[in-house]
Ligand binder design. Structure first.
Ligand code: 13P
Ligand code: SF4
Length: 360
């Protein structure tokens, strides 16, 4: 509720900002019972996850899944979920799933009033940047990212000052402040295309030094780096991959380009999370190892029952902050709302839209 009265002499900027809960109202948390109605409503989702979620665990999850799906309609909300979400979220409640680029594009297309971003904070900010009129919620405000935290807008201004004329491309895994200072965004699925789009011999690709090095290995453009890294992907080593191949000589290894270049060099294929999933669906290897966050293999396995997933994996602690229970709380209490300063958002939008327009 607003508590500050506004009058003609007390301008609007003094008014208490209305929260999403003020605008939409808070509703009662629904009862969570494993009723026959819940069993029936969640049966289709269970078929997709039963290889990974035992029936006894499903009995505990299904009531929350059903409650979220019911509330989504009431709130005219859409759930955007990154490929790293756990299978209960990915197959149970998500309306749209994908990699960072796909989610950014879908955020521009939805007619929903509310976006619940099941991913990390920079993803929710990107949705808000692209859809300022929509209410964007993230189930846990602390879901961050080691890459986004490695650089600030002031750092980019410093880079620009020291390197006049060199285009600065930012990976989408950055804050709105950083995007606002950069020329264009990229994701792991279009980084090479973005780097080459400038037609110059030197660009910055920040803040992931490994993504920048991997892209640099595929182009004649000199790709300058910032010293950031993904805490999940940088833990994989080339020796680890060679050891796996000794144990499983027939395995196909596919890696995310946030991995160090020597890891990517050991892999049979490297690409964004969506490209990795597409590769498995198309190539149908007998055995595959996905060198990325753990939940990816769980999510794709239901659609490729003929593929044997060997599962070395690292968990992203930030992605794993997003749970079914917190998604339900988001929809009940309309929290946590992601707000971006309108001036920053307008400048950041230019960088994100340049990337999206480049794709089409
Ligand atoms: P993509 O889904 O774009 O490949 O990004 C992976 C990632 O680490 C997102 O945080
Ligand atoms: Fe950030 Fe890495 Fe987690 Fe992705 S996997 S959110 S890049 S820390």
């Amino acid at each position: 509720m607003t508590t500050t009265q506004t009058t003609m002499s007390q301008p609007l900027r003094n008014a208490t900002v209305q929260t999403a809960a003020d605008r939409f109202g808070v509703i009662e948390r629904p009862d969570l019972n494993f009723t026959p109605e819940v069993v029936e409503a969640t049966q289709e989702a269970y078929e997709k996850v039963k290889h990974i979620i035992p029936a006894i665990e499903w009995a505990a999850l299904a009531p929350t899944i059903h409650a979220i799906n019911t509330l989504k309609k009431e709130r005219n909300a859409v759930i955007l979920a990154h490929n790293y979400m756990t299978p209960d979220i990915f197959h149970g409640v998500a309306d749209i799933v994908g990699d960072s680029l796909q989610l950014a594009i879908e955020a521009t297309r939805t007619n929903a009033d509310v976006i619940v971003q099941c991913g990390v904070h920079f993803m929710a900010e990107t949705s808000k940047i692209l859809s300022p009129e929509k209410t964007v919620l993230i189930p846990d405000m602390k879901a961050g990212c080691s890459l986004a935290e490695s650089i600030t807008g002031a750092d980019v201004r410093g880079l620009r000052k020291r390197n006049p004329g060199v285009p600065i491309i930012t990976y989408v895994n950055t804050s709105a402040d950083v995007k606002a200072e950069c020329d264009i965004c990229c994701t792991s699925s279009n980084a090479l295309q973005v780097v080459e789009s400038f037609g110059v011999d030197k660009v910055f690709l920040i803040p992931d030094k490994y993504l920048a090095a991997n892209v640099g290995n595929k182009t004649d453009v000199e790709v300058l780096i910032w010293d950031g890294a993904c805490e999940v992907h940088e833990r994989f080593t080339a020796q680890e991959l060679r050891d796996y191949r000794k144990i499983e000589p027939d395995v196909k290894i596919i890696a995310h380009p946030e991995c160090p270049p020597e890891v990517v060099a050991e892999a049979d294929f490297a690409g964004s999370t969506a490209h990795m999933i597409d590769w498995v669906k198309t190539e149908r290897p007998e055995k595959v190892m996905m060198i990325t966050e753990c939940s990816m293999a769980d999510n794709v396995a239901s659609e490729t029952p003929d593929v044997d997933f060997i599962r070395p994996c690292n968990l992203c602690p930030h992605m794993k902050r997003i749970t079914l229970s917190k998604i339900l709380d988001s929809l009940v209490e309309m929290k946590e709302e992601v707000v971006v300063d309108p001036d920053v958002a307008a400048r950041a939008r230019v960088a994100v839209e340049r990337m999206i327009n480049l794709k089409s």
